[in-house]
Structures are given as structure tokens and as C-alpha cells.
Design a protein around this ligand. Structure first.
Ligand code: ATP
Ligand code: MN
Length: 429
């Protein structure tokens, strides 16, 4: 049996009248109408109507269930159907795989299934074109990010996810047995990417990271995808520019390459205005004060505060210059005010998409910051050693890809934009 299709359905058209084709895909619908049977066939690129006549062929598909996989040899002809520009008159149908019935969810999405049932049958859920579109979009977003960063001179790297010591302090690390040793799952590539600026200057990594946090929100997963960059000879404002370029290029790329997916999802992405608004943490506190939320300088911005700021700033905006005490040990202080840091978060409304900043590159400062934050410098010796090998001044950020996808698709729950999400309750499939 020849499995090699002559065409993707998306490449067929009315202008091909009379042409023989071999197409294959999934049976989306099957309707008998007198002596004819109409089969709606879908592959990853599109959908076509197949007309089946003749006893032998009709007999063969008589008890065929939807979502079964078939190969169709046929000829393109004109159609009377309103939803199609042409149809395929079948000469031969071969059944490659039978789907059972009933299926656990309605894969075409005519019947709404709740998200848990859908995630339990995720592979089948992807036959729903809305769901498939999300992951086609995600592919394009990844492509665009890689393209932008490559053009800006960044080199893609892969750092370990199994690590021997807690890289950033350690509260929310998953631990695992590594033969007779204790190991952890990486919560970020922070220390590695900083070290790599010594050899490669500008690096990026797109990978899964792990946080053992029992968060039950629409924006937290225990395993999430992160886009991380680190760059030598850049200050925090420089990497903010890089981040803005990465994000706006994604919008441009989607506008030209993801028209069908947007249509299917019922969205239309609009390139955000640039430059993104920048407010300092201190300004954010003042803005909240005007709204009747009084915070002290130094207080963290909690969910309720970010919700309020998100009402004031509805698109992308940066919150910069956070108090040192709210940021991790490796962040660099501001030259004119050592209580503040060269740091930023990128927000979309209430949602934090990214955190970044200038890093300390002086090993002595880094040692004392570790101690100040109650961390043991001895545990970071492997990392600190590299700071004696010509560590350049550097800055970077981490961008939550799943959260960015939820902004782009206008779907609030990150579980919808991750194929097999992991949260405190969900470990399967
Ligand atoms: P949050 O305060 O929202 O929990 P964070 O400040 O702890 O996030 P960072 O350590 O700054 O997160 O990580 C960088 C980015 O990675 C975040 O801005 C976010 O987009 C993404 N991210 C972090 N933790 C998660 C998670 N548990 N699930 C999904 N995305 C995450
Ligand atoms: Mn953060």
C-alpha cells in the first residue's frame, strides 16, 4: 500500500478539475444521501468533500466511525455543495485505522467538553481545529522568537535540567533521587546563562523549567516553558529593548503567517504600540495610592495590586527599578540609589510575562549579596569561580512562553496553550 499522498488537502483547488489525486486523513463526517455517500476528510492542512458511489465502495465504509483514517484515490470535480469549492470523486477508499465509538470527547467541538476531559484526551482534542490552531500558532511564535534573537546575534544553548544544587535559593525546587545522590529539577537557567556570556556573549535558551509551587491559578504550572536570554555588554535597558523587539516581531510574524489560525480562533492580533510604557516601581506605588491602595515603598506588588495596575495599563508595559530586597541575589543595584535595582518586569495588564535586569558581575559583591539574603556562598562555589575568569557586565531576562501564548490567543488559562500541562493536580497523561 502506498502511503505517500499526492497532495495535502490544503493544496487542492477547483482549478484542478479532472486531476487524479491520492489524499489521506481523518473522517470528520459521513452522510448518506440516496445512492451517494459524502465523506468529509481532514488532514492537517484542510478539509475536503469526498463523494462515494458504487456498491463496493459504499459497502466498505458502511460502518466506518468518524475519526477513522482513510486513504482516498479519486478525481477532482465540480461540486454543488455550498461549503466546498470542489469535491473528490472517489475511485478507491482504503481504511488505514478505525476509531472506536463513542470517543471520550467530541473532537469537532460541536459538543463542548470541559477542560479536564479534553486534557485527558489531548491527542484527540487536537482534532478540534481551534485547539490545533493554538499549537500551530505556538510553533510560529517559537520560530519568530528564534529568528529575532538569532538576527540580534544570540546563540541558542541548552543547559542541564537535572542539577546538583539549588541554583536560586531553593524553596520551590522539585528534588529527585539521582542514583545515590540528591538532585533537583532546574527552576531556571539563570546561573548557566550568566556563565555562558564569558564564552558566547549573547545566549538564549527555550526550555522547560520546574517550580514546586502549589499554585492553583490560570497562570502557574509546575512545568513551564521559558525563553531566557543573557547578554554581555548590555545594561538592563538594552535587554528591555531586545524583549520589546522579540514581542513585537511575534505580532508581525503572526499577522503575515497565521491568518487562518487567527480566523479559526476568532481573534485578530494587533501590533502593540511602541515603545512599551515604562513606569518605575515607585511610580506604580504612587498610581496605586491614587486608587486608594496604600503601600509602603518596599512592599511587593500582590495579585490584587497588579489587577489594579492592569486596569490602568491595559497592554504591554514595564515596571522598572524594583527595590533590591524584592529581587534575587544576582541583581545589580542602581548606581544612584543602592536600595533600588536595575530590574524590570514586563506586564500585560495584570499578568507578569517576564522578569529581568542587570546582574552583578563582581564576585565579591555577589558573595556578600548571597550572605545578606541568607544563602550560603559555599553552595555557589562552582558558579562564583567563573566570576574570576573574566566575567563581563551582563543583563538578561526570562519570558514565560505559556503566558505569552495566552496573551496572543486571548485565552486566559495557560493549560489551554500547553499540550500536556502539569499542575499540582495533573500528572497524567
Ligand atoms: P510569578 O510571580 O507570576 O509566580 P515569578 O516572578 O516567580 O512569577 P520569574 O522567576 O520571574 O517568575 O520567572 C520569569 C517568567 O517565567 C515569569 O515572568 C513568568 O512569565 C514565567 N513563569 C514563572 N513561573 C511560572 C509558572 N509557575 N508557570 C508559568 N509561567 C511561569
Ligand atoms: Mn518575576
Amino acid at each position: 500500500m502506498d502511503l505517500k499522498r499526492s497532495h495535502y488537502i490544503g493544496n487542492l483547488g477547483a482549478s484542478m478539475k479532472g486531476q487524479k489525486v491520492l489524499v489521506g486523513g481523518w473522517v470528520e463526517d459521513l452522510r448518506e444521501l440516496g445512492k451517494l455517500t459524502f465523506l468529509t476528510l481532514r488532514d492537517v492542512t484542510g478539509v475536503a468533500q469526498v463523494v462515494i458511489a458504487g456498491n463496493e465502495n459504499i459497502q466498505q465504509i458502511k460502518d466506518l466511525n468518524r475519526q477513522s483514517v482513510v486513504l482516498v484515490t479519486g478525481t477532482i470535480q465540480e461540486t454543488k455543495a455550498r461549503d466546498f469549492a470542489y469535491e473528490i470523486k472517489a475511485d478507491k477508499i482504503e481504511i488505514l485505522s478505525r476509531a472506536v465509538h463513542p470517543l471520550p470527547i467530541d473532537p469537532i467541538g460541536r459538543l463542548e467538553s470541559n477542560i479536564d476531559n479534553r486534557l485527558n484526551a489531548r491527542a484527540l482534542d487536537l482534532r478540534n481545529q481551534r485547539v490545533a490552531s493554538i499549537f500551530k500558532l505556538r510553533h510560529h511564535v517559537l520560530f519568530s522568537i528564534r529568528k529575532t534573537l538569532t538576527e540580534l546575534g544570540f546563540i541558542e544553548v541548552n543547559t542541564p535540567k537535572i542539577i546538583g544544587s539549588a541554583s536560586e535559593g531553593g524553596a520551590n525546587l522539585f528534588s529527585l533521587k539521582y542514583f545515590d545522590k540528591q538532585a533537583y529539577l532546574a527552576q531556571s537557567p539563570q546561573l548557566y546563562k550568566e556563565q555562558l556570556t564569558i564564552g558566547l556573549e549573547r545566549v538564549f535558551e527555550i526550555a522547560s523549567f520546574y517550580r514546586a509551587e502549589k499554585s492553583h491559578t490560570v497562570r502557574h504550572l509546575t512545568e513551564f516553558s521559558s525563553v531566557d536570554i543573557e547578554a554581555a555588554f548590555m545594561d538592563y535597558t538594552d535587554v528591555m529593548e531586545v524583549l520589546q523587539t522579540v514581542v513585537t516581531n511575534v505580532f508581525d510574524h503572526m499577522a503575515t503567517n497565521c491568518i487562518e489560525e487567527q480566523k479559526t480562533l476568532g481573534i485578530e492580533v494587533k501590533k502593540p504600540n511602541t515603545p512599551f510604557t515604562r513606569i518605575t516601581y515607585t511610580q506604580a506605588i504612587a498610581e496605586l495610592g491614587k486608587e486608594g491602595i496604600s503601600l509602603e515603598l518596599g512592599d511587593d506588588l500582590l495579585d490584587s495590586h497588579l489587577r489594579k495596575l492592569g486596569e490602568i495599563h491595559q497592554s504591554f508595559y514595564f515596571i522598572t527599578d524594583w527595590p533590591m530586597k524584592l529581587k534575587p541575589f544576582y541583581i545589580h543595584e542602581k548606581e544612584d540609589d543602592a536600595t533600588l535595582s536595575k530590574s524590570f518586569d514586563l506586564q500585560y495588564g495584570y499578568l507578569e510575562l517576564s522578569s529581568g535586569g542587570r546582574r552583578l558581575h563582581d564576585p565579591e559583591k555577589l558573595r556578600s549579596r548571597l550572605a545578606e539574603q541568607g544563602l550560603n556562598p559555599a553552595q555557589f562555589e562552582d558558579h562564583l569561580r567563573s566570576f574570576d575568569w573574566g566575567m563581563p557586565p551582563h543583563s538578561g531576562w526570562g519570558l514565560g512562553l505559556d503566558r505569552l501564548m495566552s496573551v496572543l490567543t486571548q485565552i486566559d488559562n495557560v493549560r489551554e496553550v500547553v499540550l500536556y500541562p502539569r499542575d499540582p493536580e495533573r500528572l497524567f497523561p
